[in-house]
Design a protein around this ligand. Structure first.
Ligand SMILES: NC(=O)c1ccc[n+]([C@@H]2O[C@H](COP(=O)([O-])OP(=O)(O)OC[C@H]3O[C@@H](n4cnc5c(N)ncnc54)[C@H](O)[C@@H]3O)[C@@H](O)[C@H]2O)c1
Length: 442
């Protein structure tokens, strides 16, 4: 393929060397004349393992050149990769100055070109950039309509400096944001030699996954460093503790607990977080990250309540059916249940609640958990109903925290025109006709 790469910094230079090494004809484009000159002289503009030889070889073979002439680069290529910098602006948001400039220049160059041209965003940009920013710029400047001689893809870069050539050849996956129905055939062919799964999704999702990845890596590092300091303050070898912690690939290093949804609760997570915070304090370690976990969890309950309050304002009434009271489905354990907190929050604001949770009812009948209910939440006990239909009758708003599979048909049958807030992501609910469905964050 004939590829132009805009921005020959850490990402762009690696792409230049690696794509040329796969046999493609590559043109690096940069506003920095010194980087252009270095590349043309067969030298890498960045310090990075294994890249010097790749670039020297590609330039010598005539497969890699550099220029600052945007039009010439666009004319001589079929596809342009954008890997310009997106640094922090003064307010912490991302600066899109270079992205805007390069999209404008590429768009203008496409206007003067006969054939089709594709543009691929490799820089890290916020969700919405494709649809609300770059495609409009490209369409305006090129005079073309997206999909007709002009194609745009989002293709976040996941390489790490220091091992980026190796990462290029063994990516965690290749992620492409594309319009619905576009199979990104050219990119599929381009990346075929490097292997790894090829994932196609919407522009916004692809743009988001890059942010999720880096923020998650930051969370992991901050967690390891802070928790490690707490352990060390209590005489523990934190490296050894973390080595063993990482041996658990089922719950610790896995997709477990990584589905966005409603707040956590139960008898262990809040309690053990609090006691770890007490260990931090006793050890003189400021729990800057860990101290935010319970407030963050509480904020999730507040956001959910605010959503329910919005529905109540729309309907002009505060009668709500709540499905689920125990901290999760299939248990009668009400200790630190976020659903109890949510129910209390609604009651405090004068809501008229009906609550259905079969496990808690069974508990009440058999006496298990009874002392807790009578002692802590006797006022909730009298709001419990014995069938899903009884919760929904006369109410327009339903909040579905959880419900046992056996009770779902009865709930679905009784839903009729309700506004439903799904806190759990229940497929049957999402597809149910005749309701106003709202997913918590999907
Ligand atoms: N560095 C990494 O490890 C890494 C990894 C993954 C993703 N990213 C993302 O990739 C993007 C690039 O990062 P980087 O570290 O390579 O940045 P960088 O600062 O090293 O390189 C950016 C290059 O773009 C050039 N440039 C600026 N405006 C231009 C224009 N209008 N036309 C042509 N070139 C222009 C600059 O001169 C510079 O050479 C960023 O969005 C970054 O967040 C970086």
């Amino acid at each position: 393929m004939r590829i132009s790469i805009f921005g020959i910094g850490y990402v762009g230079a690696v792409s230049c060397g690696c794509l040329a090494s796969l046999g493609h004809t590559v043109i690096g484009v940069d506003v920095a004349a010194d980087k252009v000159a270095m590349l043309n002289a067969g030298q890498s503009p960045i310090v990075e393992a294994e890249i010097d030889a790749l670039i020297a070889e590609a330039v010598k073979a005539g497969r890699l050149t550099a220029t600052s002439d945007v039009a010439a680069a666009v004319l001589a290529s079929d596809i342009s990769f954008i890997s310009v910098g997106t640094p922090s602006a003064a307010d912490g948001s991302v600066s899109m100055v270079a992205v805007d400039a390069v999209a404008t220049a590429i768009g203008q160059a496409i206007r003067g070109k006969a054939g089709a041209h594709s543009v691929v965003m490799r820089s890290t940009v916020p969700p919405g950039t494709a649809e609300t920013r770059v495609i409009p710029i490209l369409e305006r400047e090129s005079g073309r309509t997206h999909g007709d001689g002009l194609f745009y893809y989002s293709n976040p870069e996941f390489l790490r400096e220091g091992s980026s050539v190796r990462d290029f050849h063994a990516p965690p996956f290749t992620l492409i944001g594309a319009p619905a129905g576009d199979d990104a055939t050219a990119l599929r062919a381009l990346y075929a030699p490097v292997g790894g799964a090829f994932q196609i999704t919407s522009y916004r999702t692809a743009e988001s996954v890059k942010y999720l990845s880096n923020v998650y890596h930051a969370v992991k590092l901050a967690f390891a460093n802070e928790a490690g300091a707490v352990l060390a303050a209590h005489g523990v070898d934190a490296r050894e503790a973390f080595r063993l912690f990482c041996e658990d690939r089922v719950l610790n290093i896995s997709a477990a607990y990584l589905r966005p949804g409603f707040s956590f609760g139960g008898s262990c997570l809040p309690k053990d977080t609090r006691s770890f915070l007490a260990l931090a304090e006793a050890g003189g370690v400021a729990p800057t990250l860990l101290g935010q976990l319970l407030p963050s969890n509480q904020a999730g309950i507040e956001r959910t309540f605010a959503t329910i309050a919005g529905f109540a304002a729309d309907h002009g009434e505060r009668r709500v059916a709540l499905f689920g009271l125990a901290f999760k489905q299939g248990t009668d354990d009400l200790r630190e249940s976020p659903f109890v907190t949510l129910a209390e929050r609604m009651l405090g604001r004068g809501y008229d609640l009906a609550i259905f949770d079969r496990s808690v009812q069974v508990a009440r009948l058999t006496g298990s958990n009874r002392a807790y209910i009578s002692r802590e939440i006797p006022h909730l006990e009298r709001l419990m109903v014995e069938a899903p239909g009884a919760a929904l009758a006369g109410r327009k708003i339903a909040v579905v925290g959880h419900i046992a599979p056996a009770d779902r048909p009865a709930m679905l049958a009784a839903l009729d025109g309700h506004t439903v807030l799904d806190l759990t992501g229940m497929a049957e609910l999402r597809d149910h006709p005749g309701i106003h469905y709202h997913g918590l964050c999907w």
